[in-house]
Design a protein around this ligand. Structure first.
Ligand SMILES: Cc1cc2nc3c(=O)[nH]c(=O)nc-3n(C[C@H](O)[C@H](O)[C@H](O)COP(=O)(O)O)c2cc1C
Length: 186
């Protein structure tokens, strides 16, 4: 069994207020010696800077499918990583992955990922009504059917001031899920 230090994670961030929590997880995983390559949507970059992600990991985040010199990174990174984690996963990103859309960094990597052979974890974060919306429910079921692993969400006060299900899991819980999935390959 290889050590954590040989492990490679693709850490995909989408446009949620919970990006600040995700940065703490990125930092913890990198400090364990795991190679962490971040990927950020345009939405995620409204919440966290590319410089922060690069500073935490020592790797330039992948943010643009058409970036010169990185035009095949949606394939290369999908082959490189042992595990992918979408964290935080917005309602938009859940619905887009479930629809198989590939016109942004997350969608293209999701379709290029050998789903079922390597873990693709999804840690949702959204308002409770968005979480329970029939479109989001259907997307969750569809993603699980494809072989993605949906992590649970927390229940409690939400950033918008409402209460309910949809909070991003706490960092300790997220870290446990990631380390267990790295260990088992599921
Ligand atoms: C302050 C703020 C906080 C937001 N937080 C969330 C969130 O936690 N979950 C979510 O699904 N969308 C949230 N959104 C909306 C998303 O940013 C928006 O749907 C965006 O299109 C998501 O794009 P992406 O999934 O490509 O990153 C938030 C928007 C704003 C302005």
């Amino acid at each position: 069994m290889s050590s954590e230090a040989d492990r490679k994670i693709l850490f995909l961030l989408t446009g949620s207020i919970a990006c600040f929590k995700a940065c703490e997880l990125v930092s913890r995983l990198a400090k364990r010696g795991i190679a962490v390559q971040t990927v950020a949507t345009a939405g995620a970059l409204r919440f966290v800077g590319a410089a922060t992600l690069e500073g935490l990991t020592g790797r330039t985040p992948f943010t643009d499918l058409y970036e010169a010199g990185r035009t095949m990174d949606h394939i290369r990174l999908a082959r490189w990583a042992d595990l992918a984690l979408v964290c935080p996963a917005t309602a938009n990103s859940l619905n887009r992955m479930a629809a198989g859309l590939a016109d942004d960094v997350i969608g293209a990597l999701f379709l290029a990922w050998e789903i079922g052979r390597k873990p693709w974890l999804v840690a949702p974060a959204m308002n409770a009504t968005m979480w329970e919306h029939p479109a989001t429910r259907a997307a969750r079921e569809r993603l699980a059917g494809f072989g993605a692993r949906l992590l649970p969400v927390g229940d409690g006060p939400l950033a918008c001031g409402e209460q309910g299900e949809g909070r991003l899991l706490e960092v300790d819980e997220l870290e446990k899920h990631v380390l267990a999935a790295l260990e088992t390959g599921r």
